[in-house]
Write a protein that binds this ligand. Structure first.
Ligand code: AMP
Ligand code: GLY
Length: 424
């Protein structure tokens, strides 16, 4: 099997490692990849949204399977692009169709989907500029804090949670009227605030069957104690201790099954991952959001626990044969600690030499934002590494990740020291 993987983050390094570990993977290409993926296959330099460039790779390298990491090419319709092309249409692409990717690409679409299929979620209404006054009135019916969401993709910044009603009204106006989030904010979802603890579950579906992947919790804020600015994720743990068997059964029955059935009912072509962001509200799961891809850094904690041949899993997803797979998960804890460039998620410098990468023995060091210059690994992003470890206990896994992070050096490196502590 000759495989092409799209993306360049820690998630993609985790995918590349799992794909490359399979005896069924004869050759792996990653585009654009990073210094970590270069050790698992061949990096190429085509961007993930350059569909013609991707077509050229698929034809020239005789690719049999494409795995998509990030949401952008999915929302832009890469699956539909393959299906509409006579030379590409028989090559499976792991990821949903453009319509399926709207579960992430449009909050309004995903809320309507949940409502239509009886998936528990916060009560909501959507508004455009012509309905601004009605938006104000709806806010008056809610109790604070107020949750405002730009409908479209806004690089993770499109959700506002505001305590004061006047400020909420002002923000609604600046989103709808003044283009605060550009096109993404031309429609705004206002929803009820859900109080509880967040976690994520991941589903792999072939459109008919599904496998429930391990749960994970990520740590979004830059500062310890979950303070400061939002980031792409500063760490993750899997499994989530409070998500016990009874809770996961509720998630499966109340959320996963109606979601998969809904995709079928709505004729949505979906062969790929669904990342379900959940709030545990007094023991009941509610969906906060769907994403049409795996999470980052959650993937770096989830994938190392999957014991199946990963290529077999991807092929079965493409062929709608997931029901034939006997899914196996490592019962141990996986923790990942993300090392970032000083200043992230604000301004930060790149291009620093990384030292100590030859030392770690008790962790897997996934590269998130690195590149290779004359054989030397240099920092090339805000999130630089995700250091993953496995152990019988969460604390044991964390100890290994922190010992490893301590051995890796680059200028202005920073990581949170409290990953997982809220769960002990
Ligand atoms: P989203 O981009 O939809 O994941 O929202 C970003 C973050 O906002 C989530 O991870 C939650 O922490 C928070 N959030 C979103 N919706 C709600 C809600 N209805 N109630 C409480 N918190 C929310
Ligand atoms: N870690 C959150 C995300 O991937 O969206």
């Amino acid at each position: 099997m000759r495989i092409l993987l799209l993306g360049s983050g820690g998630r993609e390094h985790a995918f590349a490692r799992s794909l490359n570990a399979s005896p069924n993977c004869t050759q792996l290409f990653i585009t654009p990849g990073n210094a970590g993926t270069a050790a698992c296959g061949t990096n190429l330099s085509v961007g993930v949204n350059d569909f013609e460039g991707i077509k050229n790779i698929v034809l020239s390298e005789q690719i049999n399977l494409v795995v998509v990491g990030p949401e952008d090419p999915l929302v832009n319709g890469i699956v539909d692009f393959f299906l509409a092309d006579d030379q590409l249409k028989n090559i499976p692409v792991i990821g949903p169709s453009k319509l399926g990717a709207q579960l992430e690409g449009s909050k309004d679409f995903s809320k309507e989907f949940m409502q239509r299929h009886g998936v528990p979620t916060a009560a909501y209404h959507s508004f455009t500029y012509s309905k601004l006054e009605e938006g104000y009135q709806f806010l008056e019916t809610l109790t604070p804090p107020y949750v405002l969401k730009a409908d479209g993709l806004a690089a993770g910044k499109g959700v506002l949670i505001i305590d004061d009603i006047n400020e909420a009204k002002q923000e609604l106006k600046s989103m709808l009227g003044d283009g605060k989030f550009g096109k993404a904010g031309e429609k705004v979802v206002i929803e009820e605030f859900l109080k509880g603890i967040e976690l994520s579950v991941f589903v792999l579906t072939d459109g008919k069957n599904y496998k429930l992947l391990p749960s994970a919790k990520d740590y979004k804020r830059i500062g310890e104690g979950d303070t400061g600015l939002n980031t792409g994720g500063m760490g993750a743990v899997s499994p989530v201790p409070f998500a016990d068997a009874a809770f996961i059964e509720k998630v499966e029955n109340n959320i996963v099954k109606p979601t998969i059935a809904g995709l079928t009912k709505d004729n949505i072509d979906y062969k790929g991952f669904i990342f379900i962001g959940l709030m545990n509200v007094g023991g009941e799961p509610f969906v906060i959001e769907y994403n049409c891809r795996m999470g980052d850094p959650e993937t770096e904690a989830v994938l190392p626990r999957i014991q199946n041949d990963f290529v077999d899993l991807m092929v079965a997803t493409g062929n709608q044969k997931l029901s034939t797979i006997d899914f196996k998960v490592d019962p141990r804890f996986a923790t990942t600690v993300v090392m970032v460039s000083g200043g992230y998620p604000g301004n930060y410098e790149k291009g620093f030499e990384v030292k100590g990468l030859d030392k770690p023995t008790e962790s897997i060091v996934f590269h998130s934002g690195t590149s290779l210059t004359n054989g030397q690994v240099i920092t090339n992003g805000g999130r630089v590494f995700a250091v993953t470890s496995l152990d019988e206990t969460m604390q044991g896994a964390l100890n290994k990740s922190y010992r490893t992070a301590h051995q890796i050096n680059f200028d202005y490196a920073y990581y949170r020291k409290d990953i997982g502590q809220d769960l002990m």
